[in-house]
Design a binder for this molecule. Structure first.
Ligand SMILES: Cc1cc2nc3c(=O)[nH]c(=O)nc-3n(C[C@H](O)[C@H](O)[C@H](O)COP(=O)(O)OP(=O)(O)OC[C@H]3O[C@@H](n4cnc5c(N)ncnc54)[C@H](O)[C@@H]3O)c2cc1C
Length: 451
């Protein structure tokens, strides 16, 4: 990196907010699949610094990558080449929570879990939750329109973001902050930035509508004989308890069986057989009448396990949430998160690997939202790359044939970029590219991602 550029950037952020050594954690993504070669990481502390950085980079045609918790699973948060990384970790101030409106105002660099810890005193919580809660940041969540574990109950993140402050690539600060539940004053510009994966600007602050912590919650674990039973249970619960259903997660027995060794000191809810199917479901609200609920569930399963304490509930959730990380430890993982009708999940996986032969692979995920995660493990990165195109052309073609989406929640990043035309069609993609050119005519923001 040219020393003049370094000096200019250092002048903007100060010597303590520019890193030029030990950049591996910033250059490498969570899966160790995407590795960039940036030589500079900036950690601005104010919106004004972000603005000055972008203005300077824009004037000097320097490309940048906004980075939050770097837990993204599509290679969007790391550079492809030597783009400058703008890490938002130090913009971590929570300004206020207004108890009357239930709106939190915060910098974008606050860790999701810290937002919840702060809100706890008011008996409120953030309206979304995901396994990466201890590392992902508010701005990263908003930029990916993160889904997560409770979409089945609360719907999508974008419905809860009421206002944003965004710095455009030319350094202009766009004040879209808003604390009105209703603001019907024309085109809702902030929506463009939600889910745009850092390609249009950098989100620096947000107003988010929070939700009360439920009075009562209960986690259940079910063992089922077939995937069809999973679908039946889901349909049944949506009929009888839709308003209480907080999460409905499905897992194949073969991954829970493989992960048993991780819990030698703990009592597992089941033996976890490879050919069985498991559901974790959580209900929340008032007067849950859990005994009746368990009885209702017995129509579908011989055994049902219900948490007896908060600690047990956390353990049951851990079994579900550790799947992504445990697969990462087995090798190099191709990860897909597609939307298709839930009754097509099993069919889809069988189409990719007939008779379920091939490398170790499992499917699991948010059945309640029609969102399945398919993870395939390879011994080496080269083997993964050899298979990647073949699998994707087939998988995404099948997803499209069912009217589904190639990304339910993780986004596009660098991973799925070349399939955007398949998903969106030429006209829509052209329109999105025009919007990108309007905001970022010099193409400095997160280049070669998403579009
Ligand atoms: C264990 C695990 C579980 C996960 N579970 C889920 C899940 O259930 N649902 C789900 O949707 N995702 C899930 N993810 C993926 C990931 O956590 C989400 O995509 C998350 O929202 C990313 O947040 P982050 O702070 O890590 O952002 P990063 O990974 O740092 O960035 C993500 C994207 O946003 C851009 N960006 C980051 N900050 C800004 C900003 N301030 N302004 C503009 N652009 C920005 C980046 O350039 C990048 O393109 C999971 C990941 C892991 C590791």
């Amino acid at each position: 990196m040219n020393s003049k550029i370094k000096l200019a950037l250092e002048k903007i952020v100060g010597t303590t907010n520019i890193l030029t050594q030990d950049l591996n954690p910033f250059n490498t993504d969570w899966m160790n699949k995407y590795v960039g070669s940036s030589e500079i990481v900036l950690t601005p502390q104010t919106t004004d610094q972000v603005s000055q950085i972008l203005r300077f980079c824009n004037e000097n045609a320097l490309k940048v990558v906004p980075q939050s918790g770097n837990t993204g699973l599509v290679g969007g948060s790391v550079p492809i080449k030597d783009e400058i990384i703008i890490s938002m970790r130090k913009m971590n101030k929570i300004y206020e929570f207004d108890l009357n409106s239930a709106i939190i105002t915060s910098d974008s660099g606050v860790i999701l879990e810290n937002l919840n810890n702060y809100l706890f005193q008011y008996k409120y919580q953030m309206p979304w939750d995901l396994g990466a809660r201890g590392s992902c940041l508010l701005g990263g969540n908003i930029s990916t329109n993160a889904g997560g574990l409770n979409v089945v109950k609360h719907g999508l993140l974008r419905n809860y973001v009421l206002g944003l402050e965004v710095v455009l690539p030319n350094g202009k600060i766009l004040n879209l902050l808003n604390k009105n539940r209703k603001d019907n004053t024309g085109t809702d510009l902030k929506q463009l930035f939600i889910g745009s994966e850092g390609t249009l600007g950098i989100i620096t602050k947000a107003n988010v509508l929070c939700i009360p912590i439920p009075n009562e919650k209960k986690v259940f674990f079910l063992e089922l004989k077939s995937f069809q039973d999973v679908i039946k249970v889901q349909g049944f619960i949506k009929q009888i308890r839709n308003e209480q259903l907080l999460a409905f997660e499905f897992m194949e027995g073969k991954i829970l069986h493989k992960n048993k060794h991780r819990h030698s000191g703990n009592k597992l809810p089941f033996e976890f057989q490879e050919d069985k199917y498991y559901v974790l479901l959580e209900i929340a609200g008032q007067s849950l009448n859990v005994d009746q609920f368990s009885l209702d569930m017995m129509e579908f399963t011989e055994e049902i396990v219900m948490d007896q304490s908060e600690k047990e509930a956390q353990f049951l959730w851990k079994l579900r949430e550790e799947i992504a990380e445990s697969m990462g430890k087995m090798g190099y993982v191709l990860k897909y998160d597609v939307s298709i009708p839930p009754d097509k999940f099993e069919w889809l996986v069988n189409e990719i690997y007939p008779k379920r032969e091939g490398p170790f692979h499992v499917y699991y995920g948010h059945v309640g939202d029609g969102n399945v995660h398919i993870n395939i493990v390879f011994e080496s990165l080269s083997e993964l790359h050899k298979e990647e195109d073949k699998i994707e052309q087939k998988l995404f073609g099948l997803v499209k044939s069912q009217g589904g989406s190639i990304s339910a929640e993780h986004g596009i990043g660098q991973h799925k970029r070349k399939y955007m035309e398949l998903q969106k069609g030429r006209d829509v993609l052209g329109c999105l590219s025009e919007i990108k050119s309007l905001f970022d005519p010099n193409g400095i923001m997160n280049p070669n991602k998403l579009l």
